[in-house]
Design a protein around this ligand. Sequence first.
Ligand SMILES: Cc1cc2nc3c(=O)[nH]c(=O)nc-3n(C[C@H](O)[C@H](O)[C@H](O)COP(=O)(O)O)c2cc1C
Length: 143
Amino acid sequence: MPIRAVVYASEVAEGLSIEHLQSLVADAARFNRVAGVTGVLLHDGVRFVQYFEGPEDGVASVYERVLQSSSHTGLVELARGRVSTRQFPYWSMQQLPADQLLVGRLARADWSRFKISEPENIAGSVWGIDVLAAAVAPHVQAA
Ligand SMILES: Cc1cc2nc3c(=O)[nH]c(=O)nc-3n(C[C@H](O)[C@H](O)[C@H](O)COP(=O)(O)O)c2cc1C
């Protein structure tokens, strides 16, 4: 079954509270579990970068919900495409702590390649997918 993936950056809507964000992520994780979608959400207080992947119909319905959400604005799609296997299968959706440097790097990175590099090539890589993989790795080991 082909796996589709989407990654985007957006800006937090004005006045979004921590409580609202927490319930949004819990709601997202519930929906994604049913849709067979997995991924990660990075949030630095100002911006979001989210990556999600799964079957085509699941990804399409999640993306529709994301696009409809009034909790963020200025969504910019960084990449959308096919991946041969799931690259972030760990959580149906998980918010990870991120600073502005990391979110900025992700938002500006080159996403024209969607496959994580070999482990020895990830450090210092210019590909967005590798920057994301390096940011996610410590949380996977801790989980
Ligand atoms: C940054 C962000 C990420 C989201 N991620 C998902 C997701 O992975 N899956 C999903 O079903 N909905 C996702 N949503 C939608 C929310 O779960 C929720 O349905 C929506 O925010 C509710 O509408 P509202 O934001 O207009 O109150 C996301 C929304 C935002 C702002």
